[in-house]
Design a protein around this ligand. Sequence first.
Ligand code: SF4
Ligand code: SF4
Length: 400
Amino acid sequence: MVALLEPAVVDKATTLETLLETPAGKRMMTCIQCGTCAGTCPYGEHMEFAPRLVINMLRGGFIDEVIKSDSLLRCVACYACLAKCPRGIRLTDVLLPLVKEQVLVTRTEIPAEFQKSLENMHRYGNPMGESPRKRAAWTATAGTKIPILAEVKRTVDVLWFVECYPSFYARGQDNCRAVAKLFQALGVDFAILGNEEKCAGECGQVTWESGLFESLAEDNMKLFKKYQFRRIVTADAHAYNAFHFRYPMFGLTQPAEHTTQFFARHLDQLKPRLTRPVNRTVTYHDPCCLGRATGSYDEGRALLQAIPGVKLVEMVHNRVNSICCGGGGGGMWLDTYYKQKGMERLSERRVREAVATGADVLAVSCPYEISRFEDALKTVPHDKPMVVRDVVELLAESLA
Ligand code: SF4
Ligand code: SF4
C-alpha cells in the first residue's frame, strides 16, 4: 500500500494568507499548468475555475475572483486531481479547503440543504440533525452485547468509532451489525463511545469549515484522552481519513484503521470461518477517502476474494481511476444544487459502470455509498437485479 498523503502536511493554523510560506504552498508555485487536474476532475467541465486555474489565480494574486465564483461548490473532494498531479501538489486536502472556507464566509447564498447539514453538525454533532441521545440506540438490535467505554472502565484493544450514518440510518446499521458479528467471531476486545461520540468532522475540514472540524475534533479528542484504547477502527472511510491525517495534529497518538484494513489484517484468522457461500458476481467501488487518499486499494478486494462463491469483476474505472460517488466534499447535501445546474449525479455515472459489468452486487466500503448508490439504482435502467452491499456485510453473510 502506497500512502499518497502524509499526516500534518500543513499546520492546523495555516490559512490562505500563510499557505505560500509552507512547504505545501511552495510546492504549489511549481505547478506546470499541465491541466491534468482539470482533465481528471469529474466536474471540471462545470467549473469556472478548475484546479489548474485556481493555482494560476493564486499565483497571479487573483484568488478573490475564485472565491467570488461558485466554482468550488462543485468540488466533491474526490482526490483525483491530487492523485494525478505530476508535481505532487496537494489540491484536495490543502489548497481547495482553504479557498472553500473563504467561499463560505463570503457568499450570502449557500445551498439550503448544505447549510442545514453544517448547522446540524454544529448543533447536534451529526449532519442529519438527529438527537445525540439516540446515537447508540442501534446497539439494541446488534444481536450481541456492544460494550460502551464509559461502562467497561478498562483499556480495550479497539475503540470502534461508529460514526453518523452507521449510527442513525437503518441501512448503515446493517453495517454495524455485520462489524459486531465479525468482531465477535474474531474475539476482538472492543468498545464504542456510545452517545458521547460526535461526527469525526471530515466533511467540515475537507469541505468548508476548519472551525467546525476543529470543534468536533477537540470534542472527540477529549474522549480519546479520557479512555484507554490501543487503536481506532471505523467503517467510515471519511472518519478514517480524518483520524489518519488530521487528528494527529490534535494529539491523537493511537493508529487508526478502516474496517477493510482491520479485517484484511486478520484474514488468516477469518478465512476458515467464511464457510457459507455467497454465490454472487461482485464489483467493488473504491471510496476516494480510502483509495486515492491513502493508496488502500487491495484490502477490500482481498476480503471479497476470500468469500466462497464470490466472483469479482472490475468496473472500467477502478483503483486510482475510480469515479467518485459524488458524496464527498459536501456533495451528500448538494444534489439539489447540482441538479439545478444541470450536472449529472456522479452516483448515477458510477452505477451505469457497475451495471455494465454484469455484476449483481455493487460492493462498497463507505457508508455514504450505500445510500447514494441505492438511490442511483432507482433511476439508472438495469435489466438484471443489482444490490448494494458493504464488504463487511458480505463477509458477515459468509460467516458460519
Ligand atoms: S496537475 Fe498539478 S502541475 Fe498540472 S496543472 Fe494541475 S496542479 Fe498544476
Ligand atoms: S478533488 Fe475531485 S472534484 Fe475536487 S477539484 Fe479535485 S478532481 Fe475536482
